[in-house]
Design a protein around this ligand. Structure first.
Ligand code: AMP
Ligand code: ZN
Ligand code: FE
Ligand code: FE
Length: 293
């Protein structure tokens, strides 16, 4: 059984519609694929329907952008209630802040590249979560850079004078929100040092105490040494370890199934989903009321 637990569609900054991601997953020989768009559930319905049609299990998820002490932390959540109001509000605030931030970056880039906000909107599918990749696509369309990689390596990098951060929740708070919404939280690419500063082991331990279930260990942005360190840390904190592609369609080199998750780990995630506190009100409304939910 082949399992890939981290992919993006054009509901955020991937290049394919959700159904096409699932279709590509089937063609890549995957049995299970998680759709984990940035800060949105917008692709879930389409991906789940495609999964039924194609005989691929789709695990609905989201990748939540977080910040702790100025360090970017990405938290994956699987299987939470998409109608949970607290988690929904947190994601909504992030999407709003992402748009404000993208507008500010375009204001800075405009004088040197001729880029306009309309150019960027032309690259965003519907009400998809806006990210730097959409600005990159507009720069490619205008002939300023050759591809997303070049844009991220130059004008859009975190060290660029045109870079503006967006506000994002603290990852410990995000773990609590995910668990309360009945989801299972897994830390995405925790040691991807080539992207910038990484979360400390001490902060991972704090997240584990708050309910973190696992670490994404096998990811193309991790070196062998980083993977070994994360496996050690997971053993020490009793966390699951996953592997995934972080597929973005044509927007990144990452290929579906290039890293996969062990079937035993998926089983453990499924058991954790069953146990998640936020599950109870879904299964049994009276239990929810008794708990004051
Ligand atoms: P943002 O969320 O707006 O800060 O943009 C970061 C997103 O861009 C992440 O999802 C990355 O996967 C994606 N990204 C980062 N580096 C690259 C790259 N070199 N090429 C394409 N996408 C990238
Ligand atoms: Zn992305
Ligand atoms: Fe990420
Ligand atoms: Fe991702």
């Amino acid at each position: 059984m082949r399992i890939d637990l981290h992919t993006h569609s054009n509901a955020s900054d991937g290049t394919q519609p959700p159904a096409d991601v699932v279709d590509s997953a089937a063609r890549a020989g995957l049995d299970v694929v998680a759709l984990t768009d940035h800060d949105t559930h917008a692709g879930w319905a389409e991906a789940l329907a495609a999964g039924e049609r194609l005989g691929v299990r789709v695990l609905p998820g989201v990748e939540i952008s977080c910040l702790r002490g100025g360090v970017s932390v990405h938290l994956l959540s699987y299987g939470h209630d998409p109608h949970d109001t607290h988690l929904g509000a947190m994601l909504g605030a992030s999407r709003t802040s992402r748009e404000t931030r993208a507008r500010r970056m375009v204001e800075r880039l405009g004088p040197v590249t001729g880029l306009s906000w309309e150019d960027v909107l032309g690259q965003v599918h519907g009400d998809a979560t806006i990210g730097r990749p959409h600005i990159a696509d507009a720069l490619v369309a205008a002939g300023v850079v050759a591809d997303r990689d070049e844009a991220f390596g130059t004008l859009l990098s975190g060290r660029s004078p045109y870079f503006v951060p967006h506000t994002a929740p603290d990852p410990v708070e995000a773990v609590r929100r995910v668990v309360a919404a009945g989801g299972v939280p897994v830390l995405a690419h925790p040691a991807a040092s080539k992207r910038g500063s990484c979360i400390t082991d001490a902060d991972v331990e704090t997240m584990a105490a708050a309910g973190l279930a696992g670490l994404e260990v096998d990811h193309r942005d991790h070196s062998d040494a980083e993977r070994a360190h994360l496996r050690d840390l997971a053993r020490r904190l009793d966390l699951l370890t996953t592997g995934s592609s972080d597929y973005h369609g044509a927007g990144k080199q990452n290929r579906l199934g290039e890293n996969t998750t062990d079937p035993d780990v998926l089983q453990a995630l499924d058991r954790a989903l069953e146990r998640a506190p936020g599950r109870a009100p879904l299964r049994d409304a009276s239990a929810g009321r008794a708990r004051g939910a």
